[in-house]
Design a protein around this ligand. Structure first.
Ligand SMILES: Cc1cc2nc3c(=O)[nH]c(=O)nc-3n(C[C@H](O)[C@H](O)[C@H](O)COP(=O)(O)OP(=O)(O)OC[C@H]3O[C@@H](n4cnc5c(N)ncnc54)[C@H](O)[C@@H]3O)c2cc1C
Length: 381
């Protein structure tokens, strides 16, 4: 039984996207990992090929597709083992803020560039002293005539180096209640007072740029307020369902890659007597256990995708999926590496990169402890 109904159009899109990846991404993925960044050109190329922001309406240059196009992009991109071309972050996490909350003028100004890859986006919430607890944000936004002055710093911002437009969470210092004080603003590259700090060197996700951002009396036009003033926290919360779902998709599509790779490895690797390792019951049972868990998670995530597409409220379930699938991906990868013994440890083994990359997934988009904290609240515990 298929939970998700992919049409002929979806299949054709997947085929075109895979051809694109084979030509423009896979040959360069290893080099991008070594460089710890991708060339900015890669964003324009993929945008011009029609694979960014597939959900954006045709009148802004998008294809007006449903969320299944996002699942295809996420699934196929995961197989390339590179994280720099963070298409899901741009198309399914950041651009939806502009698409849903932006004024008509703002949409006309930004969305066509987001679709074409001329505008790479980022979202900046985290600060040196404010991660999980957004109520402790210190970045301020002060109105001054037709302008807003943003002051403060952000850290661990994905696409921080390449971004042309950043959705920044900042607070009005005159309002005491931190939730009512928070608004979202778009800061554009080149605005005086906006600068980038260190390009952070991470244990995984090497090809993805993650950076510090600084706002030093950075003056933006009032029109760059996203949505209504004081609704920043609610807007962030409103978009977390999709963000957590996208994280779960990335984790489970990655775990599927790992388990498929491990099954191949144990079937084709033989012991001294010529017996494939997959014929040993200890190996079989371990692979069966992991395959079972991955299959259960795939089914759960597919059901959440279907529910999300029907606009159901699945905040509790997507929070469950985020912590469970990212933990599962970590668990499966670690166990497979151990079962491969010495070969599991060599840098050339793709699972080594997967192990490093998955480690990060339990931290971003809300740590897995925070997911449990939210679920406990939603369960009224
Ligand atoms: C690779 C990467 C990319 C990122 N990209 C972005 C981005 O694009 N934009 C952005 O804004 N941020 C980004 N982040 C930041 C990320 O969202 C934060 O790291 C995360 O929210 C945790 O914040 P923190 O690191 O300050 O940890 P803290 O909030 O200080 O938490 C420290 C530890 O305490 C635990 N903890 C905190 N509060 C509670 C609680 N109430 N109950 C139980 N345990 C708790 C946490 O789970 C964690 O283990 C990124 C991070 C990484 C690593």
């Amino acid at each position: 039984m298929n939970i998700l109904n992919y049409t002929e159009d979806h299949h054709a899109f997947r085929k075109r996207f895979n051809e694109y990846l084979a030509r423009e991404v896979i040959p360069y993925a290893a080099q991008w990992e070594k460089d710890h960044i991708i060339p900015k050109e890669a964003w324009k190329k993929v945008g011009q090929a029609g694979f960014l922001c597939t959900n954006v309406d045709k009148k802004y240059g998008g294809m007006g597709g449903d969320f299944l196009y996002s699942t295809i992009v996420c699934q196929e991109l995961t197989k390339t083992c590179q994280t720099g071309l963070a298409m899901s972050l741009h198309s399914d996490v950041v651009v939806p803020y502009i698409d849903e909350y932006g004024s008509e003028e703002m949409k006309q100004r930004f969305l066509p560039g987001c679709v074409s890859g001329d505008i790479v986006t980022a979202v900046a919430m985290t600060e040196p002293d404010a991660g999980s607890d957004l109520s402790s944000l210190k970045t301020t936004a002060v109105e001054d005539g037709d302008e807003i002055i943003i002051s403060g710093s952000k850290t661990f911002i994905s696409n921080g180096i390449h971004c042309d437009a950043v959705v920044v969470a900042a607070r009005d210092p005159k309002i005491d209640n931190p939730y009512q004080a928070m608004s979202l603003y778009i800061v554009e590259d080149g605005t005086p007072g906006f600068s980038r700090g260190r390009h952070l060197d991470k244990m995984g996700w090497h090809s993805q740029d993650t950076a510090e951002l600084f706002f030093n009396d950075c003056r933006i036009p009032k029109e760059n307020l996203l949505g209504e003033k004081g609704y920043g926290f609610l807007m962030l919360m409103g978009k977390l369902q999709q963000e957590r779902l996208v994280c779960s998709m990335g984790a489970i599509y990655g775990a599927r890659q790992v388990i498929n790779g491990a099954v191949d490895y144990f079937k084709t690797t033989k012991d001294a007597s010529g017996k494939p390792l997959s014929k040993y019951q200890a190996i079989q049972f371990a692979l069966v256990e992991m395959e079972t868990e991955v299959k259960i998670a795939e089914t759960f995530v597919d059901k959440l995708i279907a529910d999300h597409m029907e606009k159901k409220d699945v905040k509790t379930e997507t929070s469950m999926a985020k912590f469970w699938t990212t933990d599962l991906a970590n668990r499966v990868t670690g166990r497979c590496i151990e079962m491969m013994e010495d070969l599991g440890m060599v840098e050339q083994n793709p699972l080594v990169q997967a192990w490093r990359d998955f480690r990060i997934t339990s931290i971003f988009a809300g740590t897995n402890e925070i997911m449990k904290f939210i679920i406990a609240k939603l369960m009224q515990l």
